[in-house]
Design a protein. Structure first.
Lengths: 146, 146
């Protein structure tokens, strides 16, 4: 067992799940703030050199686990580990955001898909990408091709 | 506070940290296994269609937090959120692996950088990449250019 605490909170334009773009072709251009707790500000040293960040956050308003379920992209059910569903055994979420600028313990970012006041668990630099020609996107590519 | 439990464990050729390639230009081609607990096997449905997976795992053998520290890539110190250091406020790690095949609750993968017996917390499909020309890699690019 592992116990985690927030390192900060998201300030997002989204107050409820229905406002977050979901499903096929959803684009996440929302801008907002990752407000890190002041005690962790030294951990942000040099982060402004990176254009993109991984944000690991908690689905704090999700309830229950659904190992196989349907999402907004496809009427067929899929395993939870083949989706980004919030109803996971561990309610962890991952978003790549673009870092616009930093002011002390506040990161201004683009590409949010979190609700307002979401707890942030970790931030890491996004360092490299898988080349598009090497990527297979499973059931999602099938749905897009239909 | 958020309490997490392993959904499975890594079977890796690495028994200790010194065996894991680290630092500039480290390549991760190690093959191994993500052995998911049988109770979660239904959650893997359709995962074999994806070529790459995000694995969120726990630095279970790391101790303490270092908000600013030195790593293997650079003699200059950096903030922990601008690095992949294990000494983080929440000991979460993220690795992108290539999925080679699945046999029931066992995922055969390439690109491991975890130690043997590492607890796995979550698996998600890797869906898209940031275009290389849009990526800035901060202090790491500076070090590589030296």
């Amino acid at each position: 067992m592992l116990t985690l605490r927030p390192i900060g909170f998201v300030e997002s334009p989204y107050q409820e799940t229905s406002q977050v773009p979901r499903g096929l072709g959803a684009q996440h251009h929302a801008e907002g703030v990752l407000r890190i707790l002041p005690e962790f500000e030294p951990g942000l040293t040099d982060i402004e050199g990176f254009s993109h960040l991984f944000v690991i956050w908690a689905f704090d308003r999700s309830q229950g686990v659904e190992l196989i379920g349907r999402g907004p992209a496809d009427e067929r059910p899929h395993g939870v580990f083949a989706t980004r569903s919030p109803r996971r055994p561990n309610p962890l979420a991952l978003t790549v955001v673009e870092l616009l600028r930093r002011e002390r313990e506040v990161l201004f970012v683009r590409g949010l898909d979190m609700l307002d006041r979401t707890p942030i668990l970790d931030i890491k630099p996004y360092l490299s990408s898988i080349a598009p020609e090497k990527l297979r996107r499973g059931w999602l590519a099938e749905v897009e091709a239909r």
